[in-house]
Design a protein around this ligand. Structure first.
Ligand code: ADP
Ligand code: ZN
Length: 297
């Protein structure tokens, strides 16, 4: 009988925890609201403790909202660091789980974990260089670069980049508490809601919101393409549920790149280059299981 792993997708609104070995073998899954760190982390620990014998995870992976410290050599490894979310700044997330369960704990950003899951089982199998983005309550991105998850100084913050913002076309000042009109401030779900005074899911498909949204995201994708040269771009998150948005983003990305990047993937096969996560809503928690598999002895 093989080993079983635990995964935690830790979001600012909810936690998803699962036990299993992969997408075809999820033995248990649960979710609950993100409240205080003490309370929420205790619920995750209780969930894993319920599993006995062969279903007891031999390692746990955590893909977390952040900013986080994902550097195993750092004294604050596994901490959520500077988040504005009340109570969670400077909290020892991975350490608390590790001490309670006595198993190795893998820890990374939510989007790096999702990227790893998509690499193992989803839309990025066999690729060494790709990015995974979520467009939801926030915007974030994870990257595999030469086969390794990219961390760099701390970890990428792909949502907090700056794209051209023409205030005559779009007078909205942006919703990011740190930067105003960074990409997240212009194109996240809450930015859409604040600009148009309606949630994305309540705006019709022919609303001008989507053309603007697609342009901001396509500008970002053109920038990531220029910097990282990804072999594929995976777009997840609630905003991408909007029918038609993916097709608009593909078209605008091609237009911004303007045939300068000579690749069949961009010029002729954009439908296979800018894609949805194959693991869908499970990308995060399966990615956390993939992180657990990496640290299991
Ligand atoms: P989180 O980022 O908290 O994990 P989601 O990825 O589900 O959550 O993103 C939530 C955001 O997605 C909300 O701002 C919501 O308004 C937006 N959203 C959900 N469904 C749609 C839709 N069909 N079209 C556009 N936006 C949507
Ligand atoms: Zn920002």
């Amino acid at each position: 009988m093989g080993s079983v792993y635990g995964g935690i997708e830790a979001g600012g609104t909810k936690f998803v925890c699962a036990v299993g070995t992969g997408p075809d073998d999820l033995r248990a899954i649960t979710q609950f609201a993100t409240t205080t760190p003490a309370n929420t982390i205790a619920q995750a620990i209780d969930f894993f403790r319920q599993h006995r014998g062969g279903d007891r995870p031999v390692a746990v992976g955590i893909g977390s909202f952040g900013p986080v410290d994902p550097n195993p050599a750092s004294p604050t490894f596994g901490f959520i660091t500077t988040t504005p979310k009340p109570g969670w700044a400077n909290s020892d997330f991975a350490g608390t789980i590790q001490r309670a369960l006595g198993v190795p704990v893998g820890f990374d950003t939510d989007v790096n974990a999702a990227a790893l899951g998509e690499h193992q089982w989803g839309s990025a199998q066999g690729l060494d260089n790709f990015i995974y983005l979520t467009i939801g309550t926030g915007i974030g991105g994870g990257a595999l670069v030469n086969g390794e998850l990219l961390h760099g100084l701390i970890h990428p913050e792909m949502g907090h980049i700056f794209v051209p913002h023409n205030r005559e076309v779009d007078p909205f000042e942006g919703s990011c508490p740190y930067h105003g009109d960074c990409l997240e401030g212009l194109a996240s779900g809450p930015a859409i809601e604040k600009r148009w005074r309606k949630r994305g899911e309540d705006l019709p498909a022919d609303h001008p919101a989507w053309e603007l949204e697609a342009k901001y995201l396509a500008l970002a994708l053109a920038n990531y393409t220029g910097i990282l040269s990804p072999q594929r771009i995976i777009l997840g998150g609630g905003v991408m549920q909007q029918p038609g948005l993916l097709a608009l983003i593909r078209r605008h990305t091609q237009q911004f790149l303007n045939d300068y990047v000579h690749a069949r993937e961009i010029q002729d096969e954009i439908e296979r280059h800018i894609v949805s996560p194959a693991l869908g809503k499970r990308a995060g928690v399966l990615g956390a299981i993939a992180l657990a598999r990496q640290v299991a002895k």
